[in-house]
Design a protein around this ligand. Structure first.
Ligand code: F42
Length: 144
């Protein structure tokens, strides 16, 4: 079985530990916002190791929209490269775990629609896009 490598970022690592450790009954929101968070589990494209990334929960029908905002940082989060290489993911949404396939949205209309759903769920995404000159990558995870 592949090794699990926790995030090097302390608050992120702690959220994953609380969320996964409680089976999804604790740690499922972003700090004091009360807004729901999911945990995306996937493989690192260089290490092959298991990676777990908390993201805001953006539900679009049966799908989840994954936004590589990283707070508007100048570079993409590393998980974006992992998902571009291999879109197989497990998504934990509180106590439910779904096996899904993530693909990056490249079509402009599809991206605009998904972006609107994302901003409705987490308005800060708009501000994050304003902070960076990169186009924030957007993925959709669909049930397999
Ligand atoms: N980040 C977002 O981008 N969007 C969100 O909606 C979001 C919400 C959120 C909510 C709660 C929370 O606790 C965190 C949240 N974050 C959100 C932050 C998110 O969880 C990530 O921490 C952030 O996006 C940064 O992702 P990252 O993949 O760049 O993580 C870094 C810190 C990291 O783990 N780096 C590893 C390291 O060791 O430096 C590398 C991990 C990795 O995948 N390595 C690959 C491998 O093969 O294993 C190599 C990949 C390569 O190409 O180099």
């Amino acid at each position: 079985m592949a090794e699990y490598i926790p995030s090097p970022t302390e608050w992120v690592r702690e959220q994953v530990e609380l969320y996964e450790g409680s089976g999804g009954t604790e740690g499922a929101t972003l700090r004091d916002t009360g807004l729901p968070v999911i945990i995306v589990t996937n493989r690192g494209n260089k290490t092959g190791a298991i990676r777990k990334t908390p993201l805001m929960r953006v539900k679009d029908g049966d799908n989840y929209v994954l936004v590589g905002s990283r707070g508007g940082a100048p570079t993409n989060p590393v998980w974006v490269y992992n998902l571009r290489a291999d879109g197989s993911v497990e998504i934990r949404d509180q106590t439910e775990v779904h096996t899904m396939r993530a693909r990056e949205i490249t079509d402009a209309d599809e991206r605009a629609q998904a972006w609107a759903v994302a901003v409705a769920a987490f308005p800060n995404y708009e501000e994050y896009q304003g902070r960076t000159s990169r186009i924030i990558p957007v993925f959709v995870a669909e049930p397999v």
